[in-house]
Design a protein around this ligand. Structure first.
Ligand code: NAG
Ligand code: NAG
Ligand code: NAG
Ligand code: ZN
Length: 295
């Protein structure tokens, strides 16, 4: 940390666009984790409380952006926030889950599996990992994998290199999905209050989407995390909604906002419900030992 961190931050803010940005901005991650907190079993909730750093004051949501805050300190973890495809609208683990040095597993899906495996050894004192970091990474990456442009095209860095206008402001497509749509929604519909937006999403989970929710949570077969499924959904949504009808220099306004915001809100809901379901499985009694991951 220290001044070097702030220098980095200052330089980045001077650049027209950051080379790689964080996922859902702070608000998006906060909402995913806040929703997840509602659906934890007592067992999982106790384990989470035990692992959180003191600064979290018992609230998972308060540390869900930690992984973005340490991006400069933990350079190796930077590729773990996303996955790239070679310009196609599907995700294949063996083809797409690697970093720029072609090291397999170094993408958001591999990271979710990795930190899940570490947390499955909770209470095993020979575990060499810092499980406080594991839980903070896992909660963050479960949010990231649901942001459609975090599983998107390599050539445009998940929309980062596509400059657009968000109404009258300069932005880029990636940033529109991380931050701009959520900010505009909060201002226009939710009294600028993230908790009002969360309440509204939660209402849909219990009412409008209640029929789908059990399918969101379902994760069968050998896979503990089903993260590859969430990545496949994201690239599909990236093609069908995020990239659709957008070119370099496009101005995105009401038409785009009103047709895409429901996607953003549903992905936040799914991220929250699934993060809770995953933590519930990890800390359940049954699970342990012989778990396998499907690619
Ligand atoms: C798994 O976690 C360890 C500890 O944080 C890290 O060193 C390693 O790079 C991670 N690998 C993946 C694929 O996330
Ligand atoms: C575990 O990680 C957290 C967050 O980086 C850090 O504050 C803490 O000191 C670490 N614990 C140990 C035992 O290294
Ligand atoms: C709730 O669901 C309705 C119907 O699907 C949708 O139009 C609306 O945007 C949703 N609101 C939120 C906050 O998710
Ligand atoms: Zn991220």
């Amino acid at each position: 940390m220290g001044w070097l961190f702030f220098l980095h931050f200052f330089l980045l803010s001077l650049m027209a666009r950051a080379p790689c940005t964080d996922a859902w901005g702070k608000e998006g991650h906060y909402m995913v984790c806040k929703i997840a907190e509602q659906y934890l079993t007592k067992r999982a909730s106790n384990a989470v409380l035990d692992l959180l750093p003191p600064a979290a004051e018992g609230e998972l949501a308060s540390v869900c952006s930690w992984a973005d805050q340490v991006r400069f300190r933990y350079r190796w973890a930077s590729p773990l926030h996303y996955a790239n495809t070679p310009g196609v609208c599907n995700f294949k683990y063996s083809r797409d889950c690697h970093n720029s040095r072609d090291e397999l597993d170094m993408c958001v899906v591999g990271a979710i599996n990795n930190y899940t495996t570490q947390l499955l050894n909770y209470k095993d004192s020979s575990n060499g990992y810092n499980l406080t970091e594991s839980i903070m990474f896992l909660a963050h990456f479960m949010g990231d994998v649901h942001q459609p442009l975090h599983v998107a095209f390599e050539a445009d860095e998940g929309g980062n290199t596509i400059d657009v206008r968000w109404y009258r402001r300069k932005s880029n497509l990636h940033h529109v999905w991380d931050v701009n749509m959520i900010e505009t929604a909060m201002r226009d519909f939710y009294e600028r209050d993230v908790n009002v937006m969360i309440e509204s999403i939660e209402k849909n989970i219990t009412d409008g989407w209640s029929d789908e929710v059990s399918q969101w949570k379902a994760c069968n077969g050998d896979s503990v995390t089903c993260a590859d499924k969430y990545a496949s959904e994201s690239i599909k949504l990236a093609c069908d909604y995020a990239y659709k009808d957008v070119d370099e220099g496009s101005t995105l306004e009401d038409d785009y906002f009103f047709s895409r915001l429901p996607v953003v809100e549903k992905r936040i809901a799914q991220g929250g419900v699934r993060l809770a379901a995953l933590l519930n499985r990890i800390f359940s009694k049954k699970v342990g030992g012989n778990l396998k991951f499907v690619e």
